[in-house]
Write a protein that binds this ligand. Sequence first.
Ligand code: NDP
Length: 300
Amino acid sequence: AKAAAIIDGKAVAADITARVAAGTAELVAAGALPPGLAVVLVGEDAASQVYVGAKGKKASELGFHSVQHTLPVDTSQADLLALVATLNRDPAIHGILVQLPLPAHIDTTAVIEAIEPAKDVDGFHPINVGRLAIGERDRALVSCTPAGCLVLIKRVLGDNLSGKDALVIGRSNIVGKPMAQLLLQESCTVTIAHSRSRDLPALAARADILVAAVGRPEMVRGDWIKPGAVVIDVGMNRIPAPERGAGKTRLVGDVAYAEAAAHASAITPVPGGVGPMTIAMLMANTLVAACRAAGRPAPT
Ligand code: NDP
């Protein structure tokens, strides 16, 4: 088989962010406010601090109004909800992102539901989830990781995915379910697999598009892949890498990359595939929210 094309998520993400920067300049030139993104972090989780820092930095680079609220780990739910309410009312803020996971004493669902849906740039609010489900994507904000996966799929297959068989492995609210909804919206025939699914290899054998969002290192094997399929690997798993020295680790996906690349027509690497797209789509969502707030057409 011909070697698969490597889908360069870093390059596509750079292209998306360049468009967002241009759209931002256009919006401001038209006299509207620049997109405003507020990122809220509760506590000092090291990984969350890195994510939040990267989001704020990217927002500033693109010409956004970017603010970060860092609250102590023992912040009460009432205080967090009060901050969300303030941001909901602030006309300079178009996107509100509360970094997850929240400390255990805070009800995550209550916080997500407190965010004004029009400012919910993570796309987690039930109103946005519902709008996607009823086919009103143009009025919704869609979860960033699956939205980024769809962009990558279209870069390979073009805009018309109608009739393709798609398999999504994983049914989380953040990745698997919205991914399946997006592909359904594109008129794919969608199968959603999860931990109770039987015979994943047989399901994969039919899939023209396979999205793995499981969190199990290299679970999807090369001989599962339909020849010529497009494989999108969302997984980010850190595994021991003794070959790099004692105590060293490396990042792998949910797909056994080298094996799968021998069967697929195109595949995302880990790292450098889906990962860079997530933050780019967050910026795109914030621009969309700002355009809608200004009554201007949102870029597609
Ligand atoms: P979750 O743990 O929330 O969901 C995992 C899903 O995989 C569940 O639906 C689960 O099924 C299913 N699953 C678990 N084991 C199996 C199995 N043996 N066979 C089939 N399905 C199985 O994870 P997320 O959706 O949040 O994330 C998935 C992966 O993507 C993780 O590696 C995460 O790190 C990565 N990720 C990467 C992002 C990026 O920017 N690149 C962003 C978000 C996530 P069930 O529902 O039955 O339990």
